[in-house]
Each structure stands twice: as C-alpha cells, then as structure tokens.
Design a binder for this molecule. Structure first.
Ligand code: HEC
Ligand code: HEC
Length: 422
C-alpha cells in the first residue's frame, strides 16, 4: 500500500500542492496496480457494439436475481476477466459454488469462449484417410458430455441445476425478468406481448443469451498465435519448437484432436478442437464429492441411446469427454472435466508419461499395483485411448516427449491467450 496513514492525515489537515501531487501520484499507482486495475484489463465490458438481442443476452447473463436465493448469475462462474470461466469463489477450485449455501457443482467450469463454434450434438461419419474405413462418431454439443445440443438449449441447464442457480421454473424466471429493469428491452427485441406465454418467452431469452455468447468478444482471435498466423508476430524459438511438437504425429500429436488446419493462416481454422469425444483416463480428483459415483461422461448423456448408431454399444462411450479448445488455456486452470490438474505443464507431462510412468499420476492399491485410470470403474478402463500418440507407449518405454519438449509445448500453449480487448 503506497498511501501511508500519515498521507491521509495530511489530506485532512490541508495538504500543500506538492503533497497533493504526491498523493495523486500514489493514488494513480495504487489504482493501476491494485484491484481497481479494470481500466487496463484486456477483456471487453463495453456495450456499444452489441446488437439489441446481444445486449439483452448480456443482461440475462449478468442477472443475479434469477437464481434462488438471488446472488448467482451466469457471469459468476463465467467471468470475462478469466476467459469466461471461473468457480464463483468456491472452496474447491475444481467445482463452482452455487446459489444455495454450501452447494457445489460436479464438474470443472469450461471457458465458454469459442463455444459458439461447436456444432449441434450429433453422430457424423468419419472416414479414415489411410484405411478408407468409415464409422459414425459423436461430435459437438455443449457441456463436457454434450448433453445440451446447442447454446440455446444449454441455458436451462445451469438455471435449474440445484447446485448452480437453482431457479424454480421457467415461469418464475420470466416473471422476475418481467418485473425487472430490462423487461422493455425484451419487448423491444421480440414482441410487445412476449410476456404472455412464459414458455415462449423463455426460449427467446435463451436465444438472446446464445446470441451474446456468439458475439465477437467471445471469439476475438487476438492471441499472439493469431498474429503469428496473420504474419504480424513472431513466435520465440521455444514457442516455435513447441508448435512443431504439438503438430508432429510422432511426438505430441496434439493436433489430431486439438485441431487446426495446417495449410491455413486463417485464425478461424484454428479452434484447437474438432468437438469430438475421447477417453483420456485422467486421474480421479479426490476433492470432489462424487467418490461413490464416477463421472462417466458421454455415455450418461440422457437420451444418448436414441442417438447411437445401431452397431455401437452405449458403454463404449463411457469415460469419453468433449475435446476442449486450447485457446486461452493458460488462463483457465484447473484442467480436465474434474479439475484434477492445476498446472498446465502437468497436463502436458501427463500426456507424455501417463503410460510410461503411471505411478507418477495414479495411486497404488493395497497389493502395490498402480491403479491406472482410477477415475473409471475397472470394467470400463478398457475404453481409455491407448492407441494414439502421445499415449501409445508402454510401461518404462521412453515417452514421446522429453521434459524439455514438454516445456516447449507448454510455452506454445501460452501463445493462445487472447490479448486485445474482447
Ligand atoms: C455455478 C457455476 C455456473 C453457473 C452459475 C453457470 N455455469 Fe455454465 N458451466 C458451469 C459448469 C461447471 C459447466 C460444465 C458442466 C458440465 O459439463 O456438465 C458449464 C458449462 C457451460 C457451457 C458449455 C461450454 C462448453 O464448451 O461445453 C456454457 C455455454 C455455459 N456453461 C453457459 C452458461 C450460461 C448461459 C449460464 C447462465 C444461464 C451459466 N453457464 C451459468 C458452471 C456454471
Ligand atoms: C486423442 C485425442 C487427444 C489428443 C491426441 C490430445 N488431447 Fe488434449 N484433450 C482431449 C480430451 C478429450 C480432453 C478433455 C478430457 C477430460 O476433460 O477428461 C483434453 C484436454 C486437454 C487439456 C485440458 C483442457 C481444459 O480446458 O481442461 C489440455 C491442456 C490438453 N488437452 C492439451 C493437449 C496437448 C498438449 C496434447 C498433445 C501433447 C493433447 N492435448 C493431445 C483429447 C486429446
């Protein structure tokens, strides 16, 4: 703290001009470095560029009166200054605090930047260029397990989740908005009579939130990497080395799931996900309350059986989660759907040594055997991907990435942080 007790007392007793200047200077430094440094933050809070429907979406997104009890908004867990991720001050970093006292969520909050690029959840045909073999694979949707097909459908999820916003009903949400400060904006954007039918009004509100989440501040493409693609910035030698390893099918092979179009310099072709699903076998996070019930991901998506192609078995999707974007990854700790990892470098090291040194990541059982993939029931551990690089190695083989290479990939990942105002 730069302003001393004495400094304040001087103000009271009438400071000279030079004292005032000193105080002003100290205040400027304090504001620029302290918790009020908002003016210098890189995220966007302005509203001028938003279309009316996006502005309406922002009002709903930031409305803390919709939760029961009041106090939690979408923005409480998806904070602009943390790449629209966060945990609402939870005592357990991996899961967010909800509106009801002591309520904690079940999964780690993902960033919702770039989420508007996820196509609606579906099974699509994928053809292996090498073998010519094609199969139907799950793709897209919102949430770690895709259980909402689209951004519009997603909105009801957190609103009515008792561990998140705990709202009573669509009718109740719409009624609160009707009596609140932006009711006229809703009428203006949609229809004078919008409040007459609360189910319809709820769909419209959800569309407005989705429109806000699809606005450019959620996908500014303003990272160092984007500038590198545009030919406006250079990667450092370490970052460049990391990028090469990230792409190399025999080294990181990260690009095979965290996709980008190798021959394109258009940032939009580099979302660092193809929105497919994979079972990574991350370690169990013992801090979570789920101890008695493992999180099986995609196979527990309600109604999945109705969507699965005939030749596939529901259980084969257990343990699979959506491939997340890696954009802004340096800002969105903790990592994985269960928030097990707090350091980004550890995630990369896990990829490299999950199978060569499993004891580094998984606990041992009473017989002294390492319990690999301990976040899944034993019968489903066979679903974990052990065939693709970098996790296609065996016990005590040399990992696909050395410690130096792990650091290089981590350095590259830090170039994916958006910088301009967004
Ligand atoms: C209490 C914290 C919390 C609140 C409040 C909250 N979210 Fe989330 N959000 C999460 C968590 C946790 C997940 C992941 C849940 C899962 O996968 O099952 C998530 C997932 C999402 C996703 C999916 C992103 C993706 O890439 O799959 C979107 C979009 C989203 N939230 C938007 C919203 C909106 C809109 C609201 C307000 C109506 C909201 N959230 C309120 C914690 C929260
Ligand atoms: C076969 C597909 C696949 C490959 C290859 C792959 N990933 Fe992933 N990655 C995933 C999936 C799926 C998740 C989410 C897993 C979960 O939440 O349990 C993930 C999660 C992550 C996360 C955490 C993201 C977050 O927001 O929590 C990071 C970081 C990451 N991967 C980096 C990498 C790097 C670096 C490489 C290469 C060394 C790589 N990945 C290779 C599929 C893959």
């Amino acid at each position: 703290m730069l302003i001393s007790e004495d400094g304040w007392r001087l103000v009271v007793s009438g400071p000279t001009w030079s004292m005032k200047r000193a105080i002003l200077f100290a205040l400027v430094i304090f504001l620029a470095s302290g918790p009020f440094a908002g003016a210098q933050e890189s995220y966007r809070t302005d509203e001028e560029e938003l279309a009316p429907i996006e502005l309406l979406g922002k009002r709903v997104f930031e409305d803390k009166t919709l939760s029961r009890p009041a106090g939690v908004a979408c923005a409480s867990c998806h904070q602009a200054r943390q790449a629209y991720q966060g945990n609402n001050g939870s005592p357990i970093a991996a899961v967010a605090r909800g509106a009801v006292p002591h309520a904690l969520g079940k999964r780690n909050t993902p960033t919702i930047m770039y989420a508007s690029f996820s196509p609606p959840f579906n099974f699509v045909e994928e053809r292996d260029a090498r073998t010519g073999h094609s199969e139907m694979i799950p793709l897209g949707g919102q949430f770690h397990d895709g259980h909402a097909a689209t951004l519009t459908e997603q909105v009801a999820g957190p609103l009515f989740d008792p561990n998140e916003m705990n709202a009573a009903s669509k009718k109740d949400v719409v009624e609160r908005i009707r009596l609140g400060p932006y009711a006229d904006l809703l009428r203006q954007v949609f229809d004078e009579n919008i409040f007459n039918n609360s189910d319809e009004a709820f769909v419209k509100l959800s569309q407005a939130v989705a429109a806000f989440e699809s606005s450019s501040r959620f996908h500014p493409f303003s990272s160092k990497f984007d500038d590198y693609l545009r030919g406006k910035a250079e990667l450092s030698p370490l970052e460049r080395k990391g990028f090469v390893l990230f792409k190399d099918p025999k080294k990181g092979n990260c690009l095979s799931c965290h996709v980008g179009k190798e021959d394109s310099r258009n940032p939009q072709d580099w979302l660092f996900t193809d929105f497919t699903y994979d079972a990574l076998g991350g370690p169990k996070n013992k801090q979570l309350m789920r101890v008695s019930k493992p999180d099986l991901g995609l196979c527990e998506q309600p109604e999945l059986v109705k969507k699965i192609p005939l030749q596939k078995d529901r259980d084969s999707f257990c343990g699979a989660f959506k491939v997340p974007t890696l954009r802004n990854i340096a800002q969105t700790s903790p990592y994985l759907h269960n928030g097990f990892f707090t350091k980004l470098r550890d995630v990369v090291a896990f990829y490299a040594t999950r199978d060569t040194q499993p004891a580094r990541w998984f606990p041992s059982n009473s017989k002294g055997l390492v319990e690999k993939f301990n976040d899944l029931p034993r019968s489903l551990r066979g679903n974990v991907n052990i065939t693709e690089a970098p996790y296609d190695r065996g016990l005590n083989q040399s990992p696909r990435l050395s410690e130096g290479e792990i650091s290089a990939i981590t350095a590259f990942l830090a170039t994916l942080t958006d910088h301009e105002k967004h």
